[in-house]
Design a binder for this molecule. Sequence first.
Ligand code: UDP
Length: 243
Amino acid sequence: MKKVNVLGVNFDNKTFNQFQNEFIGRLNNHESTFIVTANPEIVMAANENPEFMKILQTDADYITADGIGIVKAAKLLKTPLPERVTGYDLFLWLMKLANERGLRVYLIGAKPKVIHSVQAKIAKNYANINLVGAEDGYFKEDLDLVARRIQRTQPDLVFAALGFPKQEKLLSILRKNATPALMMGIGGSLDVFSGQVKRAPEVFQKAHLEWFYRLVTNPTRFKRMLVLPRFVMKVHKNKRGNK
Ligand code: UDP
């Protein structure tokens, strides 16, 4: 099975390694590519927002399972996905690749302070990257105008860290304009990359308790996490409905 449907969102049934190979191929061919890394929150948001669902169903070229919740849901639905493929891991790998190849990278998102420290980190540790744009995510212009600004710089890679669904809306415009770049929404990844927010220690990641670490270190996320039990219930309901 090439795609795995979890509550209306079609995930690509691929390993991290398979995604890497496909993305390299598309980068080499300068194919316009829009990647969504979807977690349970995104799936639930899409179920409540038809415009967002349409972007995922018709504009995205790839959808990866960002989080153990999706992998577990797929298993429960008896259509397992091989592994979790997170936006942050893909981002780190693509930044390394960009540095090796001297690619043109456009970053948009996060607070001004964060994007400044990201720029400094790139200058220091990824000096070979051609950073053609680095702007914070609190712009006032409409997304079409922002998309045009990005296109003019002719990037190879575009990372939008605006949170969903704003980042996917922006990237879907670029994708519809056939911008020949690999483009991915990365949520709060720049906050982590800059060191502003710490990623969970490996023990938490391995125990699939990254969400718990985040909750404890950032209790304001509690309200957002209430969507998770609703996701689990909906998956169960969906499973029963399929019988
Ligand atoms: N953000 C932004 N512009 C906005 C709203 C949010 O650039 O109008 C940024 C915010 O600073 C943060 C990221 O988007 O860096 C979203 O992070 P969050 O932790 O909500 O995303 P997640 O990784 O959970 O999807």
